[in-house]
Design a protein around this ligand. Structure first.
Ligand SMILES: [Zn+2]
Length: 317
């Protein structure tokens, strides 16, 4: 399952505890995919998670039975979630603030889609979060945080996109709008903001996952840099010690290690016996003890000596 589907799956299980939040959530979905007749109200969508969530919340708001119809449509399945009864229709429309006066003519489905939800629905912060969850379930997506950071919600109408941007702004998120194929895309690109939006909508499990991946990505970056650094050092040590060993062997062949001073001989023997050791390891193994820089200094002198010997300049040493 993609990260986006995981998020939506998790969001679809949230039902909120307060009635005002539940109404705000229902409003978001009803506004985007309304089914409305004199005595039927609900939504029709092929987004399974959105349909499931709408049904679950609707069951908590109305006492009448909630009907679910599924009809295959191409590769997906169109789901219709409704409740029946003139009273249910009226009271839900009233709760969602679509046609508030008892005698006002009922709006058509097209009008519901074209009417921005009332601000009264979105007064409380909790309700704005519930509304955001609703629109995200319908047309939102979020990229896998181990690949990139991108969260978006796509709208048919610019007014809806603008409204959601200002709603997100009121929750502290700086979303932007772009257009794509005649649609309006509200998006966030910053990992921290994406985390916070997921948290605000109630996807805390997915949020943890995102945070973990973010941390892993950071750690992986650090480890990589460290490994690169260390292997560069190791390569350097390897090349250096091979050259030192050759130098010492050359000295042994020409003048013999016995002609070296005790301190140089000690360093030469250490290097010969531990060809892959670092300076620190040579220092640790030295007896009597010589510090790392002392070992380094002596090996350098041996190197110079070998160079001189190769040039036949022994007398200049
Ligand atoms: Zn609320």
């Amino acid at each position: 399952m993609s990260f986006s589907s995981e998020v939506k799956e998790e969001l679809s299980r949230q039902t909120d505890s307060a009635r005002h939040c539940r109404i705000a959530f229902l409003t978001a979905l009803f506004h985007m995919a309304p089914v409305l007749t004199e005595d039927t109200i609900g939504i029709r969508t092929d987004i399974g998670n959105a349909a499931n969530a709408f049904a679950a919340v609707l069951k908590k708001v109305v006492s009448a039975p909630v009907r679910e119809e599924r009809r295959p449509r191409g590769k997906s399945c169109e789901v219709t979630i409704t409740v029946s009864g003139k009273d249910e229709v009226r009271s839900l429309l009233e709760a969602m603030k679509f046609g508030t006066t008892p005698n006002s003519p009922m709006q058509s489905e097209t009008e519901i889609r074209a009417t921005l939800p009332s601000r009264l629905i979105l007064q409380k912060t909790c309700c704005r979060k519930a509304y955001l969850r609703g629109v995200f379930l319908m047309t939102g997506s979020v990229s896998d945080p181990s690949k990139s950071y991108h969260l978006e919600i796509v709208f048919q109408r610019e007014e809806d996109a603008r409204m959601v941007v200002s709603l997100m702004e009121s929750l502290g998120f700086g979303a932007k709008v772009s257009t794509r194929k005649g649609r309006f895309v509200v998006y966030l690109k910053e990992s921290e903001q994406i985390s916070d939006v997921l948290g605000a909508m109630g996807a805390t499990g997915s949020l943890m996952k995102l945070e973990n991946k973010r941390i892993l990505r950071d750690i992986a970056g650090k480890i990589n840099r460290q490994v690169n650094f260390e292997s560069a050092n190791l390569r350097k040590t390897g090349v250096t010690s091979k050259r030192q060993t050759e130098d010492i062997e050359f000295i042994e062949k020409t003048i013999g290690l016995s002609s070296l001073s005790a301190s140089l001989r000690q360093a030469a023997q250490l290097r010969i016996s531990m060809p892959d050791a670092s300076l620190q390891e040579l220092s640790d193994a030295s007896e009597p003890h010589v510090g790392k820089s002392g070992i380094n200094h002596r090996l350098k002198r041996l190197e110079i000596m070998a160079d001189e010997l190769r040039r036949g300049n022994r007398e200049n040493m």
